[in-house]
Design a protein around this ligand. Structure first.
Ligand SMILES: Cc1cc2nc3c(=O)[nH]c(=O)nc-3n(C[C@H](O)[C@H](O)[C@H](O)COP(=O)(O)OP(=O)(O)OC[C@H]3O[C@@H](n4cnc5c(N)ncnc54)[C@H](O)[C@@H]3O)c2cc1C
Length: 479
């Protein structure tokens, strides 16, 4: 018999699937009794809390610590901002002498006494989460709760009247009385030819190969203009001087996202939104007016985004747009209006665009062909006409989209109807308190767009939002 089966056959455990911040939030907020056993089943469960976004980088590589959080530290979590400030000397020593020069970019904020406002390397948020985990484990152990972190892929979940069986890729089965599933988002959009001699399907995990092309002087072409594209730019900057970079971005709108710039004292836009809109369009017109008014009053994107986020956390979308199908039409537009990204890198982007080192191309990439010495990108322009563009090496930064797939366990949950797909916006749908069709199983991931009767006004692709909704799910469970 295998290990998890031995551990749980006679006494089912509370199982958490996943290794990111959402899985950790389920462990942090869960109420467990003396003698309970909690088993975390994650691909890297022993690094619980880091997940895909905040993983420890590879020691000795120039790009270690290059990838930054998209928001000021205190927008992610005020406790993290305090941690960063407390550890500043250590962090400054770690970051000293690195390229790009993160310390110089952070300098004006640090000099103004605003370490809370910096865009920290994402790995540091993972370090903070590792401490959160250690504290929670110690607390649970003192309460007589056993926590096992088990590195594995959970591939299937079966509900029976007596227990939920969670099976791993190696055929081991854990028996559970409750399961919380936090598997993260689906795979990146599949684009024809995105994996080949002159293209990588993602930046993450492909850095060594991309780095060879950057160092050889190839033009790097990113498909998509959001966060992962900014990471690719940082990867380039970590390897060669800025004036040697050749970088092109193909994005449907051809725009660089606005930077999230913190100011002292912090403030947030206070949207003034009326209730009872019959249509999404009517509500969105009001939001547009509020955004314009905030801009006219001098508010920055960070202030507008943080203000709307806080407003929608306190006032769910259905209070403004009661018809659920109309509400479902809102988030796609709001997501675009309220998007923003990493201050340091976006400012670098603009500087490098002005210097002619970076260029933005408007269009959708339909496919990539591999030539003898580089790639040919097939682009659909705004009128749907196909054009081609030759480049050095292509990196798919497009995010999820058509043909994206989830991990096998989540695909199974979708097939079995445990987790639904919302009409119109096609996001994932779970019940109140993140419950699935079986009340013993909860599910939360960044791609969830509906929890009970609440349509998420803004996407859950945001650490703060995910942690908030896990807390709310727990409060509902213990009501
Ligand atoms: C590269 C990147 C950068 C980001 N930057 C920011 C940022 O700066 N600020 C911000 O607020 N948000 C950011 N995000 C958004 C991010 O989605 C959330 O902040 C948050 O990290 C999501 O956490 P999660 O635990 O839900 O999912 P993830 O972090 O994706 O973790 C899920 C984990 O579960 C594991 N897993 C999945 N299925 C299984 C299974 N069946 N069995 C075992 N293990 C499984 C996966 O390997 C994965 O590591 C970023 C996301 C990415 C991908």
């Amino acid at each position: 018999m295998t290990q998890l089966t031995d551990l749980t056959k006679d006494r089912p455990a509370h199982v958490i699937v996943g290794d990111g911040i959402t899985a950790l939030a389920f462990l942090e907020t869960g109420t467990f009794a003396q003698g309970d056993h909690v088993i975390v089943m994650g691909r890297a469960a022993t690094s619980l809390g880091r997940g895909a976004a905040y993983a420890a980088g590879e020691a000795g590589t120039p790009w270690r610590f290059a990838y930054l959080l998209n928001s000021p530290a205190d927008d992610i979590d005020p406790a993290f901002a305090k941690w960063l400030a407390d550890k500043w000397d250590e962090i400054a020593a770690t970051m000293s002498g690195r390229s790009p020069n993160w310390l110089a970019a952070a300098g004006p904020l640090v000099d103004a006494g605003d370490i809370y406002g910096v865009n920290a390397p994402r790995e540091f948020y993972g370090d903070f989460m590792a401490e959160v985990l250690a504290v929670r484990r110690a607390e649970l152990e003192t309460q007589g709760v056993c926590v096992t972190l088990h590195d594995c892929d959970a591939v299937a979940l079966r509900t029976t009247p007596t227990a939920i069986e969670v099976e791993t890729a190696t055929g081991d089965v854990a028996y559970a009385h409750h399961v919380d599933v936090a598997p993260g988002g689906p795979s990146t959009m599949d684009i024809e030819g995105h994996d080949g001699p002159f293209a990588a399907p993602s930046v993450f995990g492909h850095e060594h190969r991309i780095a060879e092309h950057i160092k050889a002087g190839a033009e790097i072409c990113c498909i998509g203009g959001n966060a992962a594209m900014l990471d690719v730019l940082r990867l380039c900057q970590s390897l060669i001087p800025d004036d040697q970079i050749k970088f092109v971005v193909c994005a449907p709108d051809g725009q660089v996202p606005p930077p999230l710039v913190p100011r002292m004292p912090r403030r947030m836009t206070q949207p003034n939104l009326t209730t009872g809109h019959e249509t999404a369009d009517g509500f969105l017109s009001e939001v547009a007016r509020e955004i314009d008014a905030a801009k006219a009053a001098g508010d920055e994107t960070r202030e507008i985004r943080a203000g709307f986020r806080a407003h929608f956390l306190a006032n769910p979308l259905h209070s403004f747009v009661p018809d659920i199908n109309e509400a479902r039409r809102v988030p796609g537009t709001l997501r675009h209006w309220l998007r923003g990204g990493t201050r340091d890198t976006i400012w670098d982007m603009h500087r490098l665009i002005d210097a002619g080192v970076v260029r933005m191309v408007q269009g959708m990439v339909a496919g990539v062909d591999h030539l003898d010495t580089g790639a040919r990108v097939r682009l659909l322009d705004v009128d749907g006409r196909e054009t081609t563009m030759d480049t050095g090496f292509v990196v798919n930064c497009a995010g999820a989209g058509p043909h994206s797939v989830y991990d096998p366990l989540t695909e199974g949950l979708l097939r079995d109807g445990m987790v639904g797909v919302a009409p119109i916006n096609r996001g994932l749908k779970v019940g109140a308190g993140c419950q699935t069709k079986d009340a013993r199983v909860r599910f939360l991931a960044p791609s969830v767009t509906e929890i009970g009767d609440e349509v998420m006004a803004m996407p859950l692709y945001d650490a703060h939002m995910l942690r908030t909704y896990v807390r709310r799910a727990q409060a509902k469970t213990t009501q």
